[in-house]
Design a protein around this ligand. Structure first.
Ligand SMILES: [Fe+2]
Length: 312
């Protein structure tokens, strides 16, 4: 019994058009539908973000996919735990189960597969899209590595969301016991990372302790480190603010670059994240605080973990 995919994240924003311009500048596809702003990855038939009108930037909902049997089992688990099942909100009226998590954030679980996309977890076992030469080991022979300056760059998929929460343990209990997710790693009661037992990136939902709920960042996978940095440079050229990167995390191991969105929120672009396959005997570790953020990279910005949802 588990959710099997992260479908999309819903954000309240003060200005949908401003949001869509930002995400389009990041190489994402944008459109308006039924009063919402919709953000998609090129070649991937699945909404990744939905922007709904609100007075300020706020996490609205998180949507997961599962199969019919999974949906029935999750519904039974929620009812057994006396979690109220709600009507779908008018601003994002998807089918499936709607409820509020312990922080009051909408969660939607519906029957849906992860959309296939080149390089997503569903592509496990396929040859790599990018060949890298390392000392004595040449994946790329008689070919140039540097891409042309005008290469098109598009994020490949929404990988994960990191949410602020006032109670990491309470939220982990909700996601693991009722939605079937598993703990990948944690840093005491400050940070938690969760994956999907059917096989997923090291984290699909991550949690960071704060004085209230909120969206810390949504994270999009790029093909490789090169495309992360080139895309970030192009966003800076378009007037957007680089926040932190280029660097590599310890927990999850991914390369990262964080950009500020128009409301002091963050979007991460990542590659080379750890992957936990189905039925893996993964042992979660409790990491020391000094490993919680990065292995290397520029100095940590002072407001990286500021929760602007509660600070405003
Ligand atoms: Fe992340």
């Amino acid at each position: 019994m588990s959710v099997t995919s992260l479908q999309h994240v819903g954000l309240e924003v003060p200005d949908i058009t401003t949001g869509l311009t930002f995400y389009a500048d990041a190489g994402l596809e944008t459109l308006e539908r039924d009063g919402m702003g919709v953000v998609r990855c090129q070649g991937r038939d699945q909404d990744q973000l939905r922007l709904v009108e609100g007075s300020r930037k706020k996490l609205h909902h998180v949507c997961f996919g599962t199969d019919a049997a999974g949906l029935t089992q999750i519904r039974t688990a929620l009812e057994g735990d006396r979690v109220a099942l709600l009507d779908a909100p008018n601003e994002s009226p998807d089918e499936g189960i709607w409820l509020r998590d312990p922080d009051g954030i909408f969660v939607n679980i519906k029957i849906a597969d992860a959309a296939p996309s080149e390089g997503g977890p569903e592509a496990l076992g396929r040859p790599p899209a990018w060949n890298t030469n390392t000392p004595g080991h040449f994946d790329r022979l008689a070919k140039r590595a540097a891409p042309p300056r005008d290469i098109e760059i598009h994020p490949r998929r929404l990988g994960h969301i990191l949410q602020f929460t006032p109670d990491v343990d309470r939220k982990i209990d909700f996601y693991t016991r009722l939605l079937g997710m598993r703990v990948a790693d944690r840093v005491g009661d400050l940070i938690g990372f969760m994956y999907l037992p059917g096989g997923s990136d090291h984290h699909v939902v991550a949690l960071a302790k704060s004085d209230g709920p909120g969206p810390h960042h949504a994270s999009f996978e790029m093909a490789n480190a090169d495309q992360i940095s080139l895309n970030a440079a192009r966003m800076v050229d378009k007037g957007h603010q680089s926040h932190w990167g280029f660097g590599r995390h310890v927990i999850g191991s991914n390369f990262f670059h964080y950009m500020r969105d128009p409301w002091n929120g963050l979007v991460e672009f990542f590659s080379d994240i750890d992957y936990i396959p189905a039925d893996c005997e993964w042992e979660a570790q409790n990491w020391p605080e000094e490993d919680s953020l990065y292995l290397w990279g520029p100095d940590l910005p002072g407001d990286f973990i500021t929760n602007y949802e509660t600070a405003n």
